[in-house]
Design a protein around this ligand. Structure first.
Ligand code: TMP
Length: 265
């Protein structure tokens, strides 16, 4: 078998040239990084789980009319997506105070925000992805004003939909990060959702216990990250495990496992 051409290797994914022009293969790695890659590790099986979760979420978003790059999942770790020109802005949507907004504004983690906030960060690892204003985005032409209108309205729509989707499985969607891309058609482009949606780029808290079911377990050395990611997939009905797809779990059992200290590789 001839080797595929690698286009790009990121922190959690590798992109390969797809089988047809205009397509890309996203390969999901088990590598995990935090704090602008100052902390590095592996979460066993994360790539497989994130591939499934992202497939599910993007498929549901496609069904409600949110345009996305997702075409289909190819295998355990790969999905076929449309090739886009990534807008160099990370879009963070926050419902509850957590993470950097707490440090920056002195808020207590878990405080519900008076209303949903959208933040923009420049995608630039060398600068540590700094927060930027809409004026700066316009000034440096990182995205046009019509593009920003599409991005912000899609981000709010995605948030509303995902809050409901996760609430139905007893998970609070605290915050998450989105990336968008330009899909070119001749001289014209339109904005579609790109990248992935998975516990790597979301804060997901168990609604009953407050337990963290996302990458904060890795960032904060809490342990149990593999179980946490699997738990999200299982509640979404995506795992054919011992409990069967979608079966309600014995949470007490899993809470015990989540509290346990799983050694970092
Ligand atoms: P923050 O509180 O660190 O700014 O993160 C907000 C949300 O965005 C959180 O769910 C994690 C996600 N995120 C990423 O996916 N990638 C990043 O590089 C950063 C900084 C945050």
């Amino acid at each position: 078998m001839s080797r595929r051409r690698q286009i790009y290797e990121g922190k959690a994914k590798i992109l390969y040239e797809g089988p047809e022009p205009g397509t890309i293969i996203q390969y999901f790695k088990d590598d995990a990084t935090a704090f602008n890659a100052q902390k590095k590790g592996t979460i066993n099986g994360k790539g497989v789980i994130n591939n499934r979760i992202s497939e599910y979420v993007f498929t549901r978003l496609n069904h409600i009319g949110v345009p996305t790059h997702f075409i289909r999942r190819l295998n355990m770790r790969e999905q076929l997506v449309r090739q886009v020109e990534i807008v160099p802005i990370e879009v963070v949507v926050r419902n509850v105070a957590a993470g950097s907004i707490c440090t920056r504004l002195g808020l207590e983690e878990g405080e519900p925000l008076p209303h949903t906030l959208i933040e923009y960060c420049l995608k630039d690892d060398a600068l540590g992805d700094p927060k930027v204003s809409e004026e700066e985005i316009a000034c440096f032409n990182w995205a046009g004003s019509e593009e920003m209108a599409d991005i912000s309205s899609m981000a709010i729509r995605i948030n509303d939909f995902l809050c409901g989707l996760f609430a139905a499985i007893d998970i609070r969607l605290v915050d998450f990060k989105l990336e968008f891309g330009r899909l070119w058609d001749g001289d014209f482009s339109r904005i579609i959702l790109a990248d992935e949606i998975s516990p790597d780029g979301c804060r997901l808290w168990d609604m009953t216990t407050g337990e963290k079911l996302d990458k904060d377990r890795f960032r904060r050395d809490l342990g149990g990250e593999e179980e946490a990611y699997r738990e999200v997939a299982r509640r979404l009905g995506l795992l054919d495990g011992e409990n069967g797809p979608g079966e309600v779990l014995d949470m007490a059992h899993h809470r015990g496992r989540l509290r346990g200290t799983v050694k970092k590789k």
